[in-house]
Ligand binder design. Structure first.
Ligand code: PMP
Length: 362
């Protein structure tokens, strides 16, 4: 006899991410994890160095100063904010508290992978709802809710498709969802959205029902992926539940001060959004002109569609030989695509050149 985990755990493949080396290539350009194009905000770097001097102290378990800074920045009540070791941890806490064996979790077919993996860790049955044009289908999501459904996850904009639902559709989803199903609106890429008919989710959390949570991250626009910092805004009863399943010191001291500094870095978000909008457009246009299909994106990445898996694989190899790491999407059932993060102007130019070369068969 040997020790065995719950069977659902063995159904999950270990997550591989953050790869930053290509054998035989000296200079690697990493455009595979949707990290911020400009690195960490300078104020955050300084704050992390300061925090190191107090590294022997446990952090503030309640993350009070950070929650206050987030509240002030976004116009939200700090008492309704919970912070996590990345928003991944918040997703996991919600699944731990509301899901588990015998329950169902509903998500869009190409929704963010961690909903599926974390759901399976916890023993939930994960239901993936077909999309229309790689966009979440509200009617399909609602129809998938059954007696055992306890959780629904939706990233808006979605990673990896880049697609978005307008506010009217999000409202329709919330209004028609059974109130004993927790709706998790993952707004990791909210800052990058340029469409006017969009709200990151706070309005939906407060619209009633008490079953909606908005999650956010410092890993994308705030350039702090390595600090692992995320947060959510939730109704009071859900904040109470999260307090019960949260580890005692789940956010480390460096992450907390880095987050606070990032929020007050002058012009950071504006500069990052302007850059992303410009280069997301330029990359999309250039690759389209080269004959490639690029799915419209509201995030800091684009999904490039090569039509079939073999061609996508060849394109990936071509990029790697030039030190360009992008994300192959086979794990999402999108093996015909590669996801390319919008990096600096130079990085975008290099990836466009390499893919144009590939598309022209050179
Ligand atoms: N949600 C979505 C949609 C994401 O793309 C990501 C990052 N890949 C996350 C959540 C997790 O972000 P974090 O770094 O805050 O855990």
């Amino acid at each position: 006899m040997s020790v065995m985990p719950r069977p659902s755990v063995l159904s999950v493949e270990p997550y591989v991410g953050g790869e930053s080396k290509v054998p035989g290539v000296n200079r690697v350009i990493k455009l595979s994890s949707n990290e911020g194009a400009f690195g960490p905000p300078p104020g955050a770097i300084q704050a992390i160095a300061e925090a190191a001097k107090e590294a022997h102290r446990y952090p503030d378990g309640g993350a009070t100063a950070l929650r206050e800074a987030i509240g002030a920045r976004f116009g939200l009540d700090p008492a309704r904010i919970v912070c996590g070791n990345g928003s991944d941890e918040i997703l996991a806490m919600l699944i731990l508290a509301y899901g588990g064996e015998g329950t169902e979790l509903v998500m869009s077919a190409h929704g963010f992978m961690m909903y599926d993996l974390t759901g399976r860790w916890a023993g939930c049955r994960v239901i993936k709802v077909p999309e229309k044009n790689l966009t979440a289908d509200v009617d399909g999501l609602l129809a998938a809710v059954g007696p055992r459904t306890r959780l629904m996850f939706l990233a808006n904009p979605n990673n990896p498709t880049g697609s978005i639902l307008p506010q009217s559709e999000m409202e329709r989803l919330r209004r028609n969802l059974r109130e004993d199903v927790l709706l998790v609106l993952d707004s990791a890429y909210a800052e990058y959205v340029t469409r006017p008919d969009y709200d990151a989710g706070a309005k939906l959390v407060d619209a009633g029902g008490g079953n909606t949570v908005m999650t956010r991250t410092f890993s994308k626009i705030y350039g702090l992926g390595g600090m692992r910092l995320g947060w959510c805004y939730a109704p009071p009863a859900i904040v109470d539940v999260l307090g019960r399943v949260r580890g005692p010191f789940n956010v480390n001291s460096a992450a907390m001060v880095a987050g606070i500094a990032a929020l007050s870095e002058p012009g950071w978000v504006e500069k990052s959004v302007a850059h992303n909008t410009e280069w997301r457009g330029k990359v999309t246009d250039a690759l389209t002109a080269a004959g490639l299909k690029v799915w419209p994106s509201e995030g800091n990445f684009v999904l490039v569609d090569f039509g079939d898996a073999a061609r996508a694989k060849a394109a990936d190899a071509h990029l790697r030989s030039r030190g360009l790491i992008v994300r192959a999407m086979g794990g999402y059932g999108l093996a015909q695509t590669l996801r390319v993060t919008i990096g600096t102007a130079e990085e975008c130019t290099l990836v466009v050149e390499a893919l144009t070369e590939f598309a022209r068969g050179r």
